[in-house]
Design a protein around this ligand. Structure first.
Ligand code: SF4
Length: 108
């Protein structure tokens, strides 16, 4: 989910509470930028904000991203359509801290 989108400047602001900068955060906002472009927004950018680190990181889409993201989405859709792609839920205490918790336990 977007933290905040400034439509005037076409800037996505994504706040991260983590105390480290991770490639997955960049990938997340690149997906948002790609979606915005798919909906007709030209040249959006993103700013990842890390208050604990007192740092920000500006993210833009490259042509390589524009080619790669739809390929990855197609591969992901194929995996999901397979129906056997997801491993079983392991039901451990640390599941409650996992980013996928809601996906794994949505039916319970
Ligand atoms: S919540 Fe996370 S750790 Fe637990 S089963 Fe799902 S993916 Fe695995």
């Amino acid at each position: 989910m977007l933290s905040f989108y400034d439509p005037q400047r076409k800037v996505v602001h994504e706040l991260k509470k983590s105390n480290k900068m991770e490639a997955s955060n960049v990938a997340q906002v690149k997906y948002y930028l790609w979606l915005l472009e798919e909906h007709g927004v030209a040249g959006p950018t993103a700013i990842l904000e890390y208050p604990k680190l007192r740092q920000t990181q500006t993210v833009e889409l490259s042509d390589e991203d524009r080619a790669r993201i739809p390929e990855e989405l197609a591969a992901l859709r194929a995996l999901l359509a397979d129906g056997t792609a997801c491993p079983p839920v392991i039901n451990k205490p640390f599941c409650q801290q996992c980013a996928y918790y809601e996906f794994c336990y949505v039916a319970e």
